[in-house]
Design a protein around this ligand. Structure first.
Ligand code: ATP
Length: 240
């Protein structure tokens, strides 16, 4: 690969006061890739996504988008550059309706026709969401809320989408639906960094994966390589 990566982390360290949560990681995403980040609880995955989206500062190292440093750029400007995060726990507006939530995703845009077209696209991908447009989002099921959160992120028409454990706590059929949407948008050319506890499923879909442990990246490789790696299998795929 000699093309400029869409996203590049160079020796990134992130700390909460005295607590060093991420201890110098390198990570790269190329255009159109679905890359997953797996690892045990507390490994630093959410911390990493939050630093990329700009809700947490990095302590040292650099963060580049399309070759330019965004390390000092505020989160709302990163969003305008095409970087969207669907946070752990979804972060939807529980008192707003489904439609209002989706439209909030487009607040940085003023291309009316494009917004309507993208809404239609989300309705096609997620018919369940379309059926519930007028419902207050806080009363949706967990799976429906996750779909709204993803739909809202898509309404910002991101180039790079960060997903933090989208399958958490959801029934298998809903998880399947969410991975179907992820695959669809990747096929359309979006670049995705996916944090998943469900390592088996994530690695099956991902082009590449990184394993994080104790604030460091310990293993990197193609989805298939990681699925076949004995260390990954015993530590993260629930095998002996
Ligand atoms: P999980 O899968 O459990 O969400 P994770 O890999 O996403 O785990 P992080 O949430 O990034 O892990 O946490 C990394 C480390 O940073 C943990 O040791 C955690 O306790 C610590 N940490 C996270 N948030 C804070 C905070 N606000 N203040 C202090 N320490 C924190």
């Amino acid at each position: 690969e000699n093309k400029t990566p869409v996203l590049q982390l160079k020796d990134v360290q992130i700390a909460y006061g005295q607590i060093q949560a991420v201890k110098g990681i390198d990570l790269e995403l190329h255009s159109g890739e679905l890359v997953c980040l797996i690892g045990a609880n507390g490994a630093g995955k959410t911390t990493t996504l939050n630093a990329i989206s700009g809700t947490l500062p990095i302590k040292s190292g650099d963060l580049l988008m399309n070759g330019s440093s965004i390390a000092a750029m505020p989160a709302h400007l990163r969003l305008r550059q095409g970087l969207a995060l669907v946070p752990e726990g979804r972060g939807i507006f529980t008192r707003l309706t489904v439609e209002e939530n989706l439209r909030m995703g487009a607040y940085i845009r003023n291309d009316k026709e494009g917004i309507e077209a993208d809404l239609e696209r989300v309705y096609t991908m997620l018919p369940r969401v379309k059926e519930r447009l007028a419902q207050v989002a806080g009363t949706l099921s967990g799976g429906e809320q996750q779909m709204v959160a993803i739909g809202r992120a898509l309404l910002s028409r991101p180039k790079l989408l960060l997903l933090d454990e989208p399958s958490m706590g959801l029934a298998p059929l809903v998880v399947e639906k969410i991975f179907e949407v992820i695959q669809t948008v990747v096929q359309e050319g979006m670049t995705i960094l996916l944090v998943e506890q469900n390592a088996n499923l994530a690695l099956e879909f991902a082009s590449r994966g990184y394993v994080m442990d104790g604030g460091r990246i310990t293993i990197a490789g193609s989805g298939q390589e990681l699925l076949n790696d004995p260390k990954v299998r015993s530590a993260y795929l629930g095998e002996e």
